[in-house]
Ligand binder design. Structure first.
Ligand SMILES: [Zn+2]
Length: 61
């Protein structure tokens, strides 16, 4: 199964709409996988601008 990533917030999305920002701007062209448990304490989370815990892509093209 192909997983899509939201171009707006890098969130890995399993449906047609991003759960975080409600964007339908998704791409299957991404790499890297990061699970952010605590966005406040995560360096990756801060770099990606993540505000909600979950799975995110490190790079989106
Ligand atoms: Zn999003």
């Amino acid at each position: 199964m192909v997983e899509y990533v939201c171009k707006e917030c890098n969130r890995i999305v399993k449906g047609p709409v991003c759960l975080v920002c409600n964007s339908t701007s998704l791409t299957s062209d991404w790499s890297g996988y990061a699970v952010i448990i605590d966005p406040e304490k995560s360096k990756i989370g801060k770099r990606l601008g993540v505000k909600m815990a979950g799975a995110y892509a490190l790079k989106v093209r």
